[in-house]
Design a protein around this ligand. Structure first.
Ligand code: 5GP
Length: 194
């Protein structure tokens, strides 16, 4: 997605060879015009997949998931990172190791909002080692729901997450796939989807 690639080049900051900061339009301040285009792109890529629900993780997945949900006419649900201990019996839970924070946390989704009749589209802001997506897959499995695929705003294609998920036969659609961030310069794979 050209518009997204241009935004990453103009506003993204390469913090190290593996971490990209996009606080000005996705992870802190949010660009609604760009989110609108991102929502439209996901809706078009997953049109006809029978999606009934979008599943993401708080907090950075919420903005793109919200816009995609609006375009697709389905409700996004976000996995929460802190769960109320009084409600554990009514939750699907999974452990996720955070790439950026280097901590493992429990994510949880209420059984009220996901069940076996759902066809789920997983959406997230970044794909690095794939831990967040694997955690969400575990939750979908617990719910007995089906999976339409995974949509990612920014994939770091030089990290193993994309391969891990695709090797399971899962469809992964990426809007900007980064090939390298060496010397502070972001370079993309030719095609948005690899
Ligand atoms: P994974 O679970 O695939 O290893 O990492 C994906 C999660 O880590 C995303 O939900 C995202 O919040 C965070 N993340 C991974 N890499 C980056 C990065 O380079 N920049 C930012 N801002 N977040 C990242």
């Amino acid at each position: 997605m050209k518009q997204l690639q241009e935004k990453i080049v103009s506003e993204g900051r390469v913090l190290s060879e593996s971490v990209l900061k996009v606080d000005s339009f996705l992870n802190h301040q949010i660009d609604p015009v760009l989110m609108d285009a991102i929502g439209e792109e996901f809706a078009s890529r997953f049109a006809g997949s029978g999606v009934t629900k979008i599943l993401t993780i708080e907090s950075s997945g919420i903005a793109p998931a919200m816009m995609a949900g609006l375009k697709m006419g389905v409700k996004p649900v976000f996995a929460r990172k802190s769960k109320s201990l009084t409600l554990t019996d009514h939750l699907y839970t999974a452990s996720v190791h955070s790439f950026t924070k280097n901590v493992t946390s429990e994510i949880a989704v209420s059984k009220d909002f996901l069940d076996k009749d759902d066809v789920v589209l997983i959406l997230d802001d970044f794909l690095a080692n794939g831990q967040a997506v694997l955690g969400l897959l575990e939750i979908i499995e617990q719910a007995g729901a089906s999976l339409a695929g995974v949509g990612i705003v920014i994939e770091k294609g030089f990290q193993p997450g994309g391969k891990t998920i695709r090797e399971r036969g899962i469809r992964v659609e990426t809007l900007a796939n980064i090939k390298t961030m060496e010397n502070g310069k972001v370079e993309f794979f030719e095609e948005a989807t690899v």
